[in-house]
Design a protein around this ligand. Structure first.
Ligand code: ADP
Length: 276
């Protein structure tokens, strides 16, 4: 009898299975007047801890993809799986944050908004109250727990919406242009806060934007989609490129590459101020 000893093979990196897999997904709206194909055979995979961005021009199907991941829309072709299980309906393991400032219930205080979301999802009231306090602490809004949404700025409302989503401890946070309605300075601040929160808590986020700069700053991976109907043009790595890197060559090279993918031409070179 011979003994076969397994020799160590060249170590292939063992990638864990994806948290979310989108395989050959075509999404379509059927209205009495017409049929609109929003995305065509889109493939991508999101791993735990990714900041995965869907980037493309208006109307290319980014929000529709997010809606499908949230479970509001079924693919007409292909499949979307979370932890290997097909997504059939909405669930608290996939929580959405929208662009609109009216996501909060106006008749409930900031804390009550979060407690309500938690108790609706089966969390006991006492635990929900603790989690709400903790979530507000995390986004720096503990002092505003007892005020009503109309007393908050747009940025603060978005922070509450993020706190509420985080309190639900989703497997994946879905963000649909969450900062697009904010002024430029607040938008930048919110992007930085999201990154700081990600460093602290280490969540997974699927983030939709049509801004190249935002995609690079927020994303660790970027899926570039073609104009309507959305097809995958490329998946790019954007690790370590945040606002601090925005003046550097790596940031501009990636930005030019995305520009070419979207528009077939490089972006105009950034104008630099003359010094002395
Ligand atoms: P994006 O988020 O990239 O701007 P959307 O996902 O919102 O794009 O839309 C993709 C396409 O689907 C567009 O052509 C849009 O007009 C269409 N669409 C979006 N929502 C609906 C709807 N409820 N009914 C019919 N068509 C829709």
């Amino acid at each position: 009898m011979s003994t076969v000893t397994a020799l160590p093979t060249a170590a292939a990196p063992l990638l864990p299975p994806p948290l979310l897999s989108v395989d050959g997904v075509t999404l379509r709206y059927t209205t009495p007047e017409h049929v609109v194909t929003a995305t065509q055979r889109v493939d991508f995979q999101v791993h735990a801890g990714d900041r995965f961005v869907l980037l493309g021009p208006s109307g290319c199907g980014k929000s529709t993809l997010l809606k499908a991941v949230a479970g509001f829309l079924d693919p007409v072709e292909g499949e979307i799986r979370l932890d290997g299980r097909p997504i059939r309906r909405p669930g608290p393991e996939r929580v959405m944050v929208f662009q609109e400032f009216d996501q909060l219930l106006p008749w409930k205080t900031v804390a009550q908004n979060i407690v309500f979301a938690l108790t609706e999802n089966g969390v006991a009231r006492r635990e929900a109250t603790d989690k709400a306090r903790h979530a507000l602490d995390t986004v720096g809004l503990a002092r505003f727990a007892d005020v009503y949404p109309h007393m908050l700025s747009g940025g603060m409302k978005q922070r509450v919406a993020i706190a509420r989503a985080m309190a639900l401890e989703p497997r994946i946070l879905l963000m649909d242009e969450p900062f697009a309605a904010l002024d430029a300075l607040t938008r930048r601040k919110m992007q930085e806060e999201l990154l700081a929160l990600w460093e602290d808590v280490g969540f997974t986020v699927l983030f939709v934007t049509h801004s190249i700069e935002e995609a690079i700053v927020v994303g660790s991976r970027i899926l570039v989609l073609s104009p309507h109907p959305g097809r995958v043009r490329a998946e790019l790595n954007a690790h370590h490129l945040d606002h601090a890197a925005s003046g550097g060559e790596a940031f501009h090279a990636l930005s030019r590459r995305i520009h070419r993918l979207l528009f077939g031409e490089p972006a105009a070179a950034p104008r630099r101020l003359a010094h002395g």
